[in-house]
Structures are given as structure tokens and as C-alpha cells.
Design a binder for this molecule. Structure first.
Ligand code: NAD
Ligand code: ZN
Length: 362
């Protein structure tokens, strides 16, 4: 069997991340344990088409359990208040009660929206996260950050709300487009750079197989990335310290993503570019070992990711850095790679970051 349960220990609210490859029974069993009064399934139209049969196979044995589905338009532009509102309206029209369970069936966009809706409906109903993208498997489904975007910037409204279970079935990756797979690999590189030297080596060893979607190669990498995320969240659930390391590449990445109105770069692609630019900037400031930015860039390239941006683009995107939620007055906290698999959150002025980033652009 390919099953594997990874524990997320969080005081009284522990849960498990269940891994498998082609086992909808994982969801059937989870729901038998949770005994919900009804299910509110949140998904998007791509996921429903590509993975609907998996969901049906999981729910069939549960027979009469009441369920309803909210299907959203795929992609980051849907991650807003009006979609949350649609989920709330739907749930209340269906007569949701405190024993209902919200099932997030999709990638990070669905997971963040459904998790937020679950955290606010009736002041909180239970939630199961079923990750269907590589990015959501290793990052967004684990750790309890939920929320949505505001015109002022990405993820500016949200809550910390831990799910009751996370289900990672690698079979979902069989229908995931290559570009989305690469975007997920970018977040794995990010985790490796700040927390896991061994994972970084594994990525460098198997880059081409990973880029091609080889599930045998992906499996240990996904597992290691989830383990790293669990270690970090376990020690710092509310991001008062080391969890901020997971924002490596996201200061510049979010700005590039927002400036492209969330349509030109995928989140993971923006993170890839942001990681390289931020690492080059902190290397210039003497905070990151000089050889590491090129090493990260070479790996990201092999994984099929963009790694650069023009100075014009960065300048156009800079206003979004200024509205970044990690900013405090003129200085900001920036996660920084300080060694292989090692990171530190440093404080620097926004202007120093801007100058160093621009100096690294063509
Ligand atoms: P996504 O949810 O938009 O999914 C990407 C695309 O793949 C969509 O078009 C979707 O319909 C499609 N898709 C999903 N699963 C599929 C499958 N198995 N087969 C075929 N198509 C499939 O994007 P994402 O990359 O999963 O998530 C990005 C979001 O996650 C961003 O909004 C980001 O802010 C958020 N995020 C949150 C956290 C967190 O801690 N909460 C962490 C990292 C990222
Ligand atoms: Zn991210």
C-alpha cells in the first residue's frame, strides 16, 4: 500500500495529512469518522471535470449523506470576497448547521476560499482539505492559513483555521497541467532553501524526472516537503517567528503577481522569480552566500520555471511591495536564505531592498 499518515501536532487540535496514490477511500473513511450532518463541497470547474470521478467514488459508499456543491471559476481572480459570499449564501440557503463539514476539493485557490468560509460560517464548521494541485499538497492545504485577495494586495484578508484532515492523493497529479506542476515545484524549492538541505539535494538530483511528472520521483519529495511544512507550522502556528521563512520569494513574487493582475504569472511562477531576485538582492547585501542565488536559479530553470524579470517590470510592481502586509513603516521583515537549507528573517529598509533588487535586474 502507498498510504502514509503524517501527524500535525498542534496541542488539542492535532490532525493528520493522509497520503496515498489512487485511494478515494481515504475520504470515505475520513467522513465516516467525522460523522457530518451534511457536506458542503467547494471545488472549481476544472477540478470537477478532471477529478470528479474520484470524489464520486469516495462519496458513493456514504449513500444518503446530504451534500451540495459550490463550483467556482478556476484561478486566482476568483479568490475574492464575492466568491466567499457565494459560498456563504449557498451554505445558508442549504441550511448548514454546526455539524456540517466543508470539503475543499481543489488547489490553493479553492482551499483558501473554502477554509475561510468554514472558519466564518456559524463561527466555524469543520473542514477537510483535499489537495489536487502539487502546490496545495505541499503548501496551502497544510497549516491552516485561509483567506482571499483584496484590490490592495494578495491574501490581505483571512484567518488561521486548521482543517480536521488533509488528504493528499498523488493520483490527482495525473491530470494537472505541466505548468501548474512546475508552479508547485517552485514552492518545494522554497521550502528546501530555507529549511531542508537534504530536500534541496534530492530536487537537484531528480529535477528532470520531477519536471516530467514522474510520480515515483515526486512521492518522496512531496512527503519531505509536507514534513518540513509540518515542522515549521508546529513550532510557529501564528507566524510570529520561523513560519515567516515560508514567505521567501513572496515579497517580490506577490508584487509581480498582483501587478500582472494575477493572470500573467501563476503564483508559483511568481514565487520562482521572486526567490531568485530576493536571493540575488540579499547576496549583494552580504546576507546570502554568493554562490546560492545561481544555484537556486539553475534548479528552478531545470524545473521549467521563469527566473528573471526586467527592471521595468519590477518598478511597475513595486507599489504592491509597499502595500505588503509584512511591511512596518519604512522597514520590512524579509525571509532570507543564509545557508543551504537555512533561513533567517531579517529587517531591512524597503529602499535598500528596492535598490538591491533593481541592481540585479537586466
Ligand atoms: P489553483 O487552485 O488555482 O489551481 C491551479 C489550476 O489547476 C486551476 O486552474 C485548477 O482548476 C487546476 N487544477 C487543480 N487540480 C487539478 C487537477 N488535479 N487536474 C487538473 N487541473 C487541476 O492554484 P494553486 O497553485 O493550487 O494554489 C495557488 C493559491 O494557493 C494562491 O492563491 C496562493 O496564495 C495560495 N497559497 C496558500 C497557502 C496557504 O498557506 N494557505 C500557501 C501557498 C499558496
Ligand atoms: Zn506561495
Amino acid at each position: 500500500a502507498t498510504r502514509d499518515g503524517l501527524a500535525m501536532p498542534l496541542g488539542g487540535r492535532s490532525y493528520t495529512v493522509e497520503m496515498a496514490d489512487g485511494e478515494p477511500e481515504l475520504l470515505t473513511e475520513t467522513l465516516r469518522e467525522l460523522r457530518p450532518s451534511s457536506l458542503l463541497i467547494v471545488t472549481d470547474s476544472n477540478v470537477r471535470t478532471a477529478r470528479g470521478a474520484w470524489l464520486e467514488a469516495a462519496l458513493r459508499p456514504l449513500g444518503a449523506l446530504p451534500r451540495s456543491i459550490v463550483e467556482i471559476v478556476p484561478g486566482e481572480p476568483s479568490k475574492n470576497l464575492s466568491t466567499v459570499s457565494r459560498i456563504w449564501d449557498h451554505a445558508l440557503a442549504e441550511g448548514v448547521d454546526r455539524d456540517a463539514v466543508v470539503v475543499a476539493f481543489g488547489g490553493g485557490v479553492v482551499g483558501d476560499l473554502a477554509g475561510f468560509a468554514a472558519s466564518t460560517l456559524l463561527r466555524g464548521v469543520r473542514c477537510v482539505q483535499i489537495a489536487t494541485t502539487l502546490l496545495s499538497m505541499v503548501d496551502s492545504s497544510v497549516g491552516g492559513k485561509t483567506g482571499f485577495d483584496h484590490v490592495a494586495g494578495k491574501n490581505l484578508i483571512g484567518s488561521f483555521f486548521q482543517p480536521n484532515r488533509v488528504i493528499v492523493d498523488l493520483e490527482h497529479l495525473s491530470t494537472l497541467p505541466a505548468r501548474e506542476r512546475a508552479a508547485g515545484l517552485a514552492e518545494i524549492v522554497k521550502i528546501a532553501l530555507v529549511d531542508d538541505a537534504e530536500l534541496l539535494h534530492a530536487l537537484e538530483r531528480d529535477a528532470e524526472r520531477l519536471a516530467s511528472g514522474d510520480r515515483a520521483a515526486l512521492r518522496p519529495i512531496v512527503r519531505a516537503a509536507i514534513q518540513a511544512k509540518i515542522r515549521i507550522v508546529r513550532d510557529d502556528e501564528r507566524e510570529s517567528g520561523k513560519r515567516a521563512l515560508l514567505n521567501l520569494g513572496h515579497t517580490v513574487g506577490h508584487a509581480l503577481e498582483a501587478n500582472g493582475e494575477y493572470t500573467s504569472l501563476l503564483h508559483g511562477e511568481a514565487v520562482a522569480v521572486g526567490t531568485v531576485l530576493e536571493m540575488r538582492a540579499t547576496a549583494r547585501l552580504g546576507l546570502t552566500p554568493a554562490d546560492l542565488p545561481s544555484r537556486a536559479e539553475a534548479l528552478l530553470r531545470r524545473l521549467g520555471l521563469p527566473v528573471s524579470s526586467s527592471a521595468t517590470e519590477v518598478e511597475a510592481a513595486w507599489p504592491f511591495v509597499l502595500s505588503d502586509k509584512k511591511r512596518a513603516a519604512s522597514s520590512m521583515r524579509l525571509p532570507t536564505v543564509t545557508g543551504v537549507g537555512r533561513g533567517e528573517v531579517i529587517t531591512l529598509t524597503i529602499d535598500a531592498l528596492r535598490d538591491a533588487v533593481l541592481a540585479t535586474c537586466s
